[in-house]
Design a protein around this ligand. Structure first.
Ligand code: UD1
Ligand code: UDP
Length: 390
């Protein structure tokens, strides 16, 4: 039996883990003699019902076997608590004589970093899903997390060719480094588990989500916006510029649906210019909601005329559903979207955001298939199993 510890903690990781758990279930149904046991560890980085539990319910992800309940905190405090907790779980398994054969990590959050540090130091192989992505912006906590995690990983699963090229540039594809098990690092172009999920859950979302009816939204007559990056939320000038642009787009008659991340909700009244904050509260075309469930958000992404976002996941899912996006950042890890003309980098610049929105809503956009075959998680699992010689 192969024992894997999946470490998750933040919203997008919980969602991504659904695809891998599905792949394990499928494998176990057809390979009774070679089962894979997945133990899910939730660090507790995200904990509100609508940032965590909702996804386990909707996406049929097995309940976490372990929850470290680390909660929020500074980077150092939060990450240190996670490392301590994950190490303990790995050591306990070893003492029970049921050691984990590997740790599966997603993306670039503090939970990812903690999993990579805890496991690699005690010689448990690290499998990194969403490896190789780079913004080349070292002021992003995610960039630090993903660089460190990639360095410590034994198999790096990149969703895109760009990711593989980035890893090659950093010398990770042919690195002479050897891990404790004697193996060298391996880089695999796997496709994107988020694309798997988007395709798998779309028809369920269309049938079960009532979000359009609930808010009286006509398909292709509303804009979806999400904002949560600290570079935007924590900077009064940038946050004010983004919301000034949203208000101008709303004033043209487009309803803007804005499911607010808790980080952003806490900072709106603090960091927005008071005049913009007041206008936001009274604008009839601005629909501010709690964070959406997955079925609601993918329905919104699919039927919006446009997405305005600083989220990596939302920008990508919009692309999967052929909705163009204005990216509220100076750069993106998903350069394919911009290169295809389906996304425009508008930074937190009021004029650029309004102009990009006008441009994307008025033109025909092409959405090439660039993110795999919707079976990335199955390819990843097969590759992991293969690495154990089974
Ligand atoms: C984290 C990730 C980011 C990812 C995002 C996905 C890091 C460094 N950042 O950012 O890469 O894009 O998750 O959403 O790991 N909060 C709540 N309830 C919750 C969770 C958070 O109220 O359930 C509030 C707390 O005030 C907390 C703040 O949101 O301090 C930020 O949460 P945190 O997990 O530290 O970072 P995110 O901005 O969510
Ligand atoms: N998401 C969600 N509800 C929301 C906003 C996002 O379910 O209100 C989902 C979205 O569909 C995607 C993931 O969360 O799968 C993206 O997470 P987020 O934007 O928090 O982080 P990022 O992808 O930028 O790391």
């Amino acid at each position: 039996m192969i024992r894997l510890l999946t470490v998750i903690g933040a919203r997008p990781q919980i969602i991504k883990a659904a695809a891998f758990s599905r792949a394990i279930q499928k494998w176990n149904n057809t390979h009774i003699d070679k089962p894979v046991k997945e133990v899910i560890l939730h660090t507790g980085q995200h904990y509100d019902d609508n940032m965590s539990a909702v996804f386990f319910r909707e996406l049929s992800i097995p309940e976490p076997d372990i929850n470290l309940h680390v909660g929020s905190g500074s980077h150092g405090t939060q990450t240190a608590r996670m490392i301590e907790g994950i190490e303990q779980v790995l050591q306990n398994a070893l003492q029970r004589d049921e050691p984990f054969d590997g740790v599966v990590l997603y993306g670039d959050t503090n939970s990812t970093l903690a999993g990579a540090v805890a496991a690699s130091k005690i010689h448990v192989p690290v499998f990194h899903i969403e490896a190789g992505l780079r913004s080349y912006n070292m002021s992003m906590p995610e960039e630090i997390n993903r660089i460190v995690c990639d360095q410590l990983s034994t198999i790096l699963f990149s969703p895109t060719q760009t990711g593989v090229d980035n890893l090659q540039r950093e010398g990770l594809t042919n690195s002479p480094a050897r891990f404790a098990d004697g193996n060298r690092r391996k880089v695999v172009l796997s496709g994107d588990v988020m694309f798997d999920n988007s395709m798998y859950f779309l028809s369920m979302a269309e049938q079960q989500s009532e979000v359009l009816q609930k808010y009286s939204l006509a398909p292709k007559h509303f804009v979806l916006a999400t904002i949560h990056r600290p570079a935007n939320t924590d900077n009064p000038e940038r946050l004010t510029a983004i919301f000034s642009a949203l208000l101008r787009i709303a004033d043209k008659g487009q309803t803007i649906v804005l499911p607010l991340h808790p980080r952003t909700r806490k900072l709106l009244s603090v960091n927005l210019l008071p005049e913009i904050y007041q206008r936001l509260r009274s604008c009839e075309h601005m629909l501010i909601t709690e964070p959406a469930g997955f079925f609601d958000i993918i329905r919104l992404e699919r039927h919006a005329s446009l997405v305005l976002t600083d989220s990596g996941g939302v920008q990508k899912e919009a692309f999967f559903f052929e909705t163009p996006s204005v990216i509220l950042r100076t750069e993106t890890e998903w350069v394919e979207i911009v290169n295809a003309g389906a996304g425009i980098l508008a930074d937190a610049d009021e004029e650029m955001i309004v102009k990009a929105a006008d441009e994307l809503m008025g033109k025909a956009v092409h959405f090439p298939k660039l993110f795999g075959d919707a079976h990335a998680a199955e390819h990843i699992l097969a590759c992991i199993i293969d690495s154990f010689g089974q």
